[in-house]
Design a protein around this ligand. Sequence first.
Ligand SMILES: [Zn+2]
Length: 456
Amino acid sequence: MFPQDVKSNVLTGHRMSPILGTGSTQDSPASLHYKLSCNVCGANYHDNGLMLDCANVHDPSLLVTDYVDKRFSINEEAEGIYRYERWLPIRRRIPGSYGPVTYRSKRLSRLTGLPNLWIAFNGYWPEKGAHLETASFKELEAHTVLSRVAEHNEGILVIASAGNTAAAFARACSVNHIACLIIVPTWGLQKMRFCEPLDSCVKIVSLTGSTDYYDVITMAERVARLQAFYPEGGVRNVARRDGLGTTLLNAAETIGQLPDFYFQAIGSGAGAIAAHEAGKRLIKDGRFGHTLPRLMLSQNLPFVPIYLSWKSLRHELIEVNSEDGKEQIKQIGAHVLSNRRPPYAVRGGVCDILRASRGDMLVADNLEAQDASRLFEESEGIDIDPAGAVAFATLLKVARCDQIERDAHVLLHITGGGWRRRSLDHRLVSAHPELQFDETQILAQETLDKVAGLFC
Ligand SMILES: [Zn+2]
């Protein structure tokens, strides 16, 4: 359904980026097919594969990628996310990548009363062509981040995660023998189950007790400052965002146009920022519409800091008391949506994209999410994760209140699904942490020494 000339760039022998052949590398930043630019001061940079922030001193902002090719094109011969490699900040391909899937469901359209409802499904659902082994959209970012780093880099990548990102990087690093330290709260370990045992280049540290994603980030930042380690960078990493943005590229390719509405549940909002940035690129292309998708983003009650900030018309994130925040996080079903310090106020962050897209924040409680999850599985025959269920629950509520025009093109992003299905199809191996620390040990020097010692 996509415009034929999207494909024709490849089919007619349009100049291919010289960098991308499996296993090939090109490490000269000046010869890459993109540069980095700053959202605030407009500075441009050749990418060394690791840069996370603008070098100039000003308000916090996100760097963005600026690709040489302004026209959307796909490489049909490349696997997984590399189908969209012209709009990925990468210098090599690595094996084991799978991409997003977009489809339409008559049953879900009937259920919501939206004939132009499309589902972006990121997970494990072989019949639909969805093969993400860790059943989460975080696999899209893991492969992009690793492909951005030069092959000869010998540093140890540090990942902070609430669970899904940890699993995605653990798998991708293991398959490609890339040294990696993963820091995850203990409850995130349930996501660390794989079809194959992890390679010894991947080390896991878990934080016990009432630690949460923010504690994990704090510790990861300390470790990443040690010699031999380098930070993945979270939302500040352009590769993370552009990798996640392939979901919108895949949707535009499948639908033939940009959706009018985009529904997704958010913790940090990296996926939503990514979709917004990808939407801006597609608008510049000109063949997919001229209006940015309205971002209908959601959180899981009672932990809803972004919702509260947005609804109180603030440009700053509301202060969440640490103890209150942790108590609320314990109560939500969608643990991956538990970031206490999301990039809300940063230039180009969640507040900016909600404003620019005329979007809105929505909420669902656990009961609504469970109902939505059951409804989705009954309709589609596949399980979805709690975050996907939160997004679907908010879509159902909005649709029931007739808040969306009936003929609007709506994209529902199911960020994770098929976890249960995958465990039925495969005998999974659990990965265990090498070290565990509690809250009181996070900032101790001895803790850092022990972590560094894992790689000696
Ligand atoms: Zn700048």
